[in-house]
Structure formats: structure tokens, C-alpha cells
Write a protein that binds this ligand. Structure first.
Ligand code: FMN
Length: 397
């Protein structure tokens, strides 16, 4: 967790490319992130998070501002070519979701080059190869993180994908790789694998700074990303892992020298994090934390976007799954979460959110204030009303 993250110690600005530096004493200039021919407006990327980063959520984050690119969930190359309903759904993109990255997984026996061409033809502006997924379903089939165990074969596979995409697009669409540091600490292959991949034309690498055996435990080792940066000075390295606050973006860049930062779980809680972090990179001061009313607006927008893309039933299911992530940033909103979970229709869920939002039309305050309401006898009445209201909604379900 951020508060315990060993990376949060103040570290010297030791690996800096060009004139960019994020120490308090130097210029806060926005780093430029260019992935092959694709110039991004921001060096901040939304990570693929299977089950969460569907088109509605990607567009939500983009609308909040600060997102340079966003990726689909990992896509199975065989399922892509069969055009299964589920995969077509996961691969959906449109003009509001650009530049779109599509992430593929598989191994040397899978039709990854063909799937990459399919992805390009269906809107991908960046093709990413998953080399980091630790879950059995992927790694047991020799994809994902298992690619870290045989760097030679993995490089040959990546070359076939790069060659196919380059031929198909005249070099217009870059191919990137997303990896962990290695399978375990005895096999920290990320620097040598990244070097080999850069040599065959991979345009950028993202490094989730954990080992496969860690899954998501422990802290991401932001310093270790610096070893990859040193190994591949000719392509961008995108740092990833445990970035949940705007200040983490400058810290991970400062500690590793990476030129881009990818954010996953932090975005599930706070889709506005990209905007805040980009403001920090632009100006040296993080953009303000949205007030509770504004956060509820984001949740409402997410619900509406989900309905637009997936219909009411799935929008409700998605919001039931996602509301706990939002709840983590809003203080004591358990009654809202419970009401959403108990809602049986889209309209019920929306009514809960609208009722909560109505409490904040004239009087708004930072969400953290809400967490004090139950202990502070001097709170404004509106806060009691808010809690009462959400409790009423819950009991009426
Ligand atoms: C539920 C879940 C699903 C994920 N799905 C993917 C995926 O489809 N592809 C991928 O490369 N990484 C996936 N990841 C890893 C994230 O992209 C990211 O590397 C990791 O969560 C660390 O970044 P964070 O601390 O910002 O979340 C997933 C992570 C989680 C928690």
C-alpha cells in the first residue's frame, strides 16, 4: 500500500534522461512519450485490468483528462481470430478511445502475428504483448509471465509479431511489451529481455516492478525499473506498479528514469488521478482532489457510459463490481455501496447515486470530510441528511 511503500522514501534524482528532472529544485517539464511513430499527449497510461478496463471505463478515464493511451484487457489470439462474442466485446474501441492499445497474449504456437493484424484492422494504434500475467489460466498455457522464462523464444515470437505488424502497416503501428521484473528474484530478466526486444523492433516496454511469484504482494520496486531504463536507452520504458497518488508519478520517474507511467488499480479508485498527475507534471503542483459531489458525478458518468456501451443490465452488474473501488476514496459511504449492491435495476442504482448527489448541489466539500461526520457533533445537517438518505434507500430495497 502506498503508505508502506518503500519507494516513498525521498530518493535522489539519479536517473534522468535529457533535461527532465522532477526534483523540487529543478524544472518540472512534461516528459514527452513517443511510442514508435505514435506521439502521446500525456506520458500517463491506463493499464489493462481484466474485468475492469472495458471501453466504458477507458472512455471515462480519458474524459477525466491526462490519459495518454489506454489498453484493452488481455486478448487471446485464437479467440480473436475466431471472433468470439466475448473477445469482440473486449476488443471494442472507437474514436473516443484513442489512441487505443490492444493487448494480446499467447505463446509461440499461437497465431499472435495474425491476431495482431486483426487488432490493427479493428482500431488498435498500439499492439502490446502480455509478458507479465501470473494467473494460471494464462501462464499455464505458456503465455503471460511464462514468456519471461525463455527469453530467446520470446524474442523470436516478438520479432514475428513486429515483422507482421510493420509489413501490414508500413511501420505505422508500434508493438510494445508489458513484463514483470522476472519470474523470481533469482531470474531478474527484464533488463536483458528488454534489450533483446528493443533490438528486434519493440517500440517500448512497460515494467510492472514485481516478480511473477509475488503476484500482487509486497511493494513494486521502482528502483529496479531503472535497470531496464539503463539497458534500453533507445526506447521508452513505462514504469508500473503501486502508483496511486499524483506524487507517485514523479517519484517513480525520479527513481527509475522511466519516461512513461502506467496506472492500474489506482485508476479504478480514482479515474481523475491522471488529470491530477498530469497537472503535477505540467505545473509542479498536483491538481486538486475532486469534491465528493464531483466524485459522485464521475460514478454517475461511469454508470451512464456502461449503459451506453453495454445496456442497463450489464451496467448494473459492472457498477455493483466497481462501487467498492470508488468507495475507498469517498469516506464512509457504505450505505451507498450497499444500496448499489442491492439494487435490482439500473434505475434503482442510478436513483441511489442521484439522491446522494442531490445533497451536494449547493454545498460541496472534500470527500474526506464525510469520514468525520459520524464522530463530529458540529457537522452541517446536510451530512446527516446524506447518510440518512442513503440508509433509507438501502432499507427500501
Ligand atoms: C484484476 C487485475 C487484472 C489485470 N489484468 C491485466 C491484463 O489483462 N493485462 C496486463 O498486462 N496486466 C493486467 N493486470 C496487471 C496491471 O496491468 C498492472 O500491471 C498491475 O496491477 C500493477 O499496476 P497497479 O499497481 O497500478 O495496479 C491486472 C491486474 C489486476 C489487479
Amino acid at each position: 500500500m502506498p503508505s508502506k511503500n518503500a519507494n516513498n522514501t525521498s530518493a535522489p534524482c539519479k536517473r534522468i534522461r535529457g533535461a527532465r528532472c522532477f526534483s523540487a529544485t529543478l524544472d518540472y517539464s512534461l516528459p514527452v512519450l513517443r511510442i514508435g511513430p505514435v506521439q502521446l499527449d500525456s506520458p500517463l497510461l491506463l493499464a489493462p485490468i481484466a474485468g475492469h478496463t472495458d471501453i466504458a471505463f477507458r472512455i471515462l478515464c480519458r474524459e477525466q483528462g491526462g490519459v495518454g493511451a489506454a489498453y484493452t484487457d488481455l486478448l487471446n489470439s485464437r479467440a480473436i481470430l475466431k471472433e468470439t462474442e466475448r473477445t469482440l466485446d473486449l476488443a471494442r474501441t472507437n474514436e473516443f478511445d484513442q489512441p487505443a492499445g490492444m493487448q494480446l497474449y499467447g505463446n509461440s504456437d499461437d497465431p499472435l502475428p495474425e491476431a495482431a493484424i486483426w487488432a490493427v484492422d479493428h482500431g488498435a494504434k498500439i499492439i502490446d504483448i502480455n509478458m507479465g500475467c501470473p494467473v494460471d489460466k494464462v501462464a499455464k498455457k505458456s503465455g503471460g509471465s511464462l514468456l519471461l522464462r525463455d527469453c530467446g523464444n520470446t524474442t523470436m515470437l516478438a520479432k514475428r509479431i513486429v515483422d507482421a505488424v510493420t509489413r501490414h502497416t508500413n511501420g505505422r503501428v508500434p508493438v510494445t511489451a508489458k513484463m514483470r521484473l522476472g519470474w523470481d528474484p533469482e531470474h531478474k530478466v527484464a533488463p536483458i529481455l528488454a534489450r533483446a526486444l528493443a533490438d528486434i523492433g519493440i517500440a517500448a516496454v512497460t515494467v510492472h516492478a514485481r516478480y511473477t511469484v509475488q503476484f500482487f504482494s509486497g511493494s513494486a520496486d521502482w528502483n529496479a525499473i531503472g535497470e531496464v531504463v539503463e539497458a534500453v536507452p533507445d526506447i521508452p520504458v513505462i514504469g508500473n506498479g503501486d502508483v496511486t497518488l499524483p506524487e507517485h508519478v514523479t517519484k517513480i520517474m525520479q527513481m527509475s528514469g522511466c519516461t512513461g507511467v502506467m496506472i492500474g488499480r489506482g485508476a479504478l479508485r480514482t479515474p481523475w488521478l491522471f488529470r491530477q498527475a498530469k497537472t503535477l507534471l505540467d505545473t509542479g503542483t498536483a491538481g486538486p482532489e475532486p469534491l465528493l459531489g464531483a466524485k459522485l458525478d464521475v460514478v454517475l458518468r461511469h454508470l451512464d457510459l456502461s449503459k451506453e456501451y453495454d445496456g442497463e443490465e450489464r451496467a448494473l452488474t459492472r457498477m455493483r463490481q466497481h462501487i467498492s473501488w470508488y468507495g475507498k476514496t469517498m469516506g464512509h459511504v457504505k450505505p451507498i455501496k450497499e444500496s448499489i449492491r442491492l439494487a435490482t435495476t439500473f434505475d434503482d442504482a442510478k436513483a441511489v447515486l442521484l439522491a446522494a448527489r442531490a445533497e451536494f448541489t449547493d454545498f460541496d466539500f472534500p470527500a474526506v470530510a464525510l469520514s468525520r461526520t459520524r464522530h463530529d457533533p458540529h457537522i452541517p445537517t446536510v451530512q446527516h441528511d446524506f447518510l440518512d438518505l442513503t440508509c433509507r434507500n438501502q432499507s427500501s430495497e
